[in-house]
Ligand binder design. Sequence first.
Ligand SMILES: Cc1cc2nc3c(=O)[nH]c(=O)nc-3n(C[C@H](O)[C@H](O)[C@H](O)COP(=O)(O)OP(=O)(O)OC[C@H]3O[C@@H](n4cnc5c(N)ncnc54)[C@H](O)[C@@H]3O)c2cc1C
Length: 411
Amino acid sequence: MITERTRVCIVGGGPAGVMLGLLLARGGIDVIVLEKHADFFRDFRGDTVHPSTLNVIDQLGLRAEFDAIPHAPLHTLDAVIDGVRVHAIDFGSLPAPNRFVTLMPQWDLLDMLAGAARRHPTFRLLMGADVTGTITEGGRIVGVEAQTSDGALRVEADLTIGADGRGSTVRNSLGLVAVEYGVPIDVAWFRIPRPVDPLPDTLIWGSPTAMLVTIPRPGYLQCGMLIPKGSFDSIRAVGIEGFRARIAAAAPRLAGVARELASFEDVKLLSVQIDRLRRWWRPGALCIGDAAHAMSPIFGVGINYAVQDAVAAANLLIPVLNHPAAPPAAIDRALGALQRRRALPTALMQRIQRIAHGVIGSGGGLHLLHNPPTRRERMVMRVAIPTARPILARIVGYGFRPERIRSGARP
Ligand SMILES: Cc1cc2nc3c(=O)[nH]c(=O)nc-3n(C[C@H](O)[C@H](O)[C@H](O)COP(=O)(O)OP(=O)(O)OC[C@H]3O[C@@H](n4cnc5c(N)ncnc54)[C@H](O)[C@@H]3O)c2cc1C
């Protein structure tokens, strides 16, 4: 077995893990990130980069690099409900310069952050390292064991971070318990070509029988069909023709391109869940991001919450870890402080997501408006939506308690 030694071992190279690795290395801390996959190229993790994350990228001085990667800024988030276009959220009311959400494939974002981290000599990223459990000595977590293509690996660390997503091995190994909130939907994930006729960017399409999310990516639309939880097999049994009809029912303007969806081989099932750990840490170990709180895709805030956890963790940990003789109790105090700081913003956002799930129901369809809207609906759209728009822009754009990087880069 190969043994490595580091100050901080981060399990998981998703947005939480890579961002925390970058921030710690930038602060002069020795850090190893272990990622079980050989690359970042996975399709199912969401693409939204919100103003809160853009602000962090600006603070890191990475804006020029970020802007050089193809991405699609959205200044408003539009929904088309029963054929009626609703400008539900307008980020124009946020402070400059980041008055938009942008859609960038997550692998590009992670590649950029990992590239920036590698420029710091204290950063190491080991791809293809599948962590199997934590190591405990004297009641304290002192590292992890992993499997790699070169055999077994042991990483010893003063602090272990579980940033390994909602099926977290670290969370399970620590015996941390989550409160689970039932979610009535799953998502069927697929891509279709963009229609030849230019189409205004639209995030959500809803009709009384179907709901579809469309994410514009270069050359195609990444789509998520909301379906009742556990119904994928029965939808598949109806056949691809029925599924194409479902796409057309949600978004009639996509009926033509939906024919390009050849078979269910091209449709993946993504299970949606919301949960939150009661306790995010044990002596010597902490969970952040989805490992601490699985987020629903509603409002696409999961990546941004993972990044906010990473920024808050770095702010609290760097001053402690920079003292070589910091006692374990000082590290653990920072872990408790991280949970106290991030638990409430997370609980509030998950509460809003659960309210939204209540509106969506089981994903079978949405009947909020008539087409044309009734007088009462027009009144609501004229008064309520403009009032809610800037509030929603803030909540979706920043989440609750947005974080700023407080530590400078170590030369
Ligand atoms: C259908 C769907 C759509 C979504 N869309 C969006 C969206 O558009 N925008 C958005 O912001 N959020 C979205 N989310 C939520 C978002 O994907 C998560 O909240 C976010 O990815 C959490 O980041 P993370 O770094 O905590 O975890 P993850 O992104 O899950 O990263 C965890 C990493 O750990 C690695 N890992 C796991 N186990 C091990 C192990 N044992 N050893 C080593 N490595 C391991 C994984 O390979 C992965 O790279 C969506 C979620 C779903 C279900």
